[in-house]
Design a protein around this ligand. Sequence first.
Ligand SMILES: [Zn+2]
Length: 437
Amino acid sequence: MPELPEVETIARDLAPMIVGSAIVGARTDWPRIIAHPEPAIFEEEVRGRVVEGVGRRAKWLLVALDGGAVLAIQVKMTGQLFVVPADAAMDRHVHLVLDLDDGRQLRLRDIRKFARVGLYRRGEGGTILGADGAAELFAHHGPEPLDDGFTVRRFRGRLRARRGRLKPLLLDQSFLAGVGNIYADEALWRARLHPLRSVGTLRPADERHLYEAIRSVLAEAVERRGSSVDDYTAPQGDGEMQDHLEVYQRTGLPCLRCGRPLRRVVLAGRGTHFCSWCQRLPAADRPGARAILHAPVRPPGARRAGSGSAMERAAATRRAAATRRAAAATRRAAARPGPRWTELAAGEGVVGLRPGEGRGSRRLHAAAEPLEGAGAEPRGGAGVADAGQPRAGGAGAAEPNAGGAASTERDGGGAAAREPNAGGPPGDAGWPPAGAR
Ligand SMILES: [Zn+2]
């Protein structure tokens, strides 16, 4: 699903193509794509208006029209926008056509018909008035993470007003606008923070790392025209960020920092990719995480962790060069003794989908009703049960958080120093991560 960088790319592509053009006609074969106003009124209201600019807010594309109107487009999961000559071949997935005065058309194509388009009025100070003409359309959206005014101080303030765990929080558009599944996973990996980490356990350094990670990964993705996974493409072509993602859809492949296989769990229905070594869960968070994460469930058709979908395999192929870089680290890591103490689930898991599930329910769940199809098998003992064990060699005292929250920074540095790739200053050995350098 297009996130901030993808929608930003669409906006930047579209601007030089349509600014200055007048819309001389509009029609749709799928009225539900018009969110506001009624389709007939929409077609009438949009006609004759000149495009003054193209921008973005959150995951919405905003086409400013003359007369104080704005066309707000949500491409959602599979929407694509193209500007083509009117006689260009049409396919049955084009559901909205805006005729431009120079003989071209702006076409919205959407295989799954989730895209939505609305015609609204612009209010004071760049606001957009919603369907009732009064409330701000984006009243419930958080700030733009790439805005100059979005400082680490402001980010901290918002974080500290929240509870809960990092991954769901990053996906919450009222917390931060524009971050979705791909860049939430990437930012957490860059910041070395576990997706199930609770906000309350973050230290000031963690908050800063997360802030920098979110901004750096989004900025890099904008630079690379977004990630063309699934159906995303922009009016002037695909992005290339998919070739530079460090965890997303790399399940089972070596972590580019430590060489250990990357994990995937399902959190609130979203695939979540992380490194259980680099992104450790503090002791205080483990019981809660264990209650959320129950027995790993293997999706139907999957052989082992790492096999993934055809798309994941394709992504894996593109990442072959980067993988080779990590291969040496993998071999060293394989020789290291001791359990991975932050392990939550060895492969697939399901998080937070059913109230009341958690400790004690795994056997029942795995036997009677696997969530993701047949072939599920519990991996007893592989979960957080191992988490509290010190590593072989009595390194328990070096565990992050072993001595309480205040010690994590120092201990995190110790952990980094044990990693095969650690060559830099403790704690910041991988910062910025490889892809950002
Ligand atoms: Zn790692």
